[in-house]
Design a binder for this molecule. Structure first.
Ligand code: 3PG
Length: 399
């Protein structure tokens, strides 16, 4: 259901679930992509004369207030980007929140404090979740679900609230679905997926599903070492998920059967320690222990030969989905692999999608602009689960 299904919104109070979970460093927002992505819906609701109540989580606080997870800095940044005041209320539910909502005029915007300061938001106990959602629902006449990054979560503000009020998908959610459906339904071929990030275990479902759909899978990031180890290579002190070795061997065999190309790195940047200024050198991927650091060496990036090979495959692809950095891009010495892959995405004629908060933050931190890519998804886990073909509870409830 889209916003149109809610009818006239003039003078009605609309609760909008956003995903304003932005990275912060010492209280300063380091990437405001998710705030920008939320503006289309908010602008439209204001223009329609709605009273707008924004709700979101930030980080993973454990059901009680923690200053470092406050949404206060987000309210200021959003006001700047929106060019209109965004009132911040330092609680999610309570007298202050109720009074602020009651005082709204048509077109006003208020942002309530982090939903996850309340145990009911993420509770596994359905009654507790429902009780919290009922408190939230009391603030609005209608609900717009626009936090694409959380639609894979069964949480009070995502699923329960949508059941308690007339509800619809916001423009961000609708736009994300339109793009991601192109990848699941009928991707132009060759279709290449680039996977990185630290953990194979986070990506198991998506890898299994992708093997049925893609032509080529490029593996980088911390998880590449579990693939190398599965092929029998020593990875020295690099990240290794030993309990995933059999699963990964199964994927490699399956890929071969299906004619899907899984491309693993041929060279690795190995460091003496996990530190920005650590001594490092590039060695062959099947000889990581041969680096000067021996068994203590830690692989922190794909090497230049691998990055060039990945870039060449990306250049020849008609569709590319990328999730997860290739190395520890936050440290300049280990950012080259991620930078080369990002540049290749900006240069290919194929349709490119960058999935995930971390990957989006990575390309922006490396100096690329959003419009150099076909689409930058605001959802990390959500976009992966969508590609896995899973039913996402926050979308199902809006159907
Ligand atoms: C994300 O960053 O992927 C979303 O904001 C969801 O956050 P979560 O994984 O803590 O639910």
């Amino acid at each position: 259901r889209t916003i149109e299904s809610l009818g006239s919104l003039t003078s009605r109070t609309v609760i909008v679930r956003c995903d304003l979970n932005v990275p912060l460093s010492d209280g300063v927002i380091t990437d405001d992509g998710r705030i920008r992505a939320s503006l289309t819906t908010i602008r439209e609701l204001r223009e329609a004369g709605a009273k707008v109540v924004l709700i979101s989580h930030l980080g993973r606080p454990k059901g009680e207030p923690e200053e470092r997870y406050s949404l206060r800095p987000v309210a200021s940044r959003m006001a700047e980007l929106l060019g209109a005041p965004v009132q911040f209320v330092a609680e999610t539910v309570g007298d202050e929140a109720a009074a602020a909502v009651a005082a709204l005029n048509d077109g006003d915007v208020v942002l309530l404090e982090n939903l996850r300061f309340n145990p009911g938001e993420t509770s596994k106990d359905e009654a507790e979740r429902r009780a919290f959602a009922t408190q939230l629902a009391a603030y609005g006449d209608a609900f717009v679900s626009d936090g694409f990054g959380v639609v894979h979560r069964s949480q009070a503000s995502v699923t329960d609230l949508a059941e308690l009020l007339p509800s619809a998908a916001g423009r961000l959610v609708a736009g994300e679905l339109e793009v991601l459906r192109k990848l699941t339904d009928d991707p132009a071929r060759p279709y290449t997926v680039v996977l990185g990030g630290s953990k194979v275990s986070d990506k198991l479902g998506v890898i299994a599903h992708l093997l049925e759909r893609v032509d080529t899978l490029l593996i980088g990031g911390g998880m590449l070492f579990t693939f190398l180890a599965a092929q029998g290579h020593s990875v020295a002190a690099s990240l290794l998920e030993a309990d995933q070795l059999d699963t990964v061997r199964g994927y490699l065999a399956q890929a071969e059967q299906r004619g899907v190309r899984i491309v693993l790195p041929t060279d690795i940047v190995v460091a003496e320690a996990f530190a920005a200024d650590a001594a490092h050198e590039t060695v062959a991927a099947d000889a990581i222990e041969s680096s000067s650091f021996g068994a203590a060496g830690i692989g922190l990036d794909i090497g230049p030969e691998t990055a060039a090979a990945f870039a060449a495959i990306i250049a020849d692809s008609a569709t590319v989905f990328w999730n997860g950095p290739m190395g520890v891009f936050e440290m300049e010495a280990f950012a080259a692999g991620t930078r080369t892959v990002a540049r290749a995405l900006t240069e290919t004629n194929g349709f490119t999608v960058v999935g995930g908060g971390d990957s989006a933050a990575a390309v922006r931190a490396l100096g690329f602009a959003d419009d150099q890519f076909g689409h930058i998804s605001t959802g990390g886990g959500a976009s992966l689960e969508f590609l896995e073909g899973k039913t996402l509870p926050g979308l199902e409830v809006l159907a």
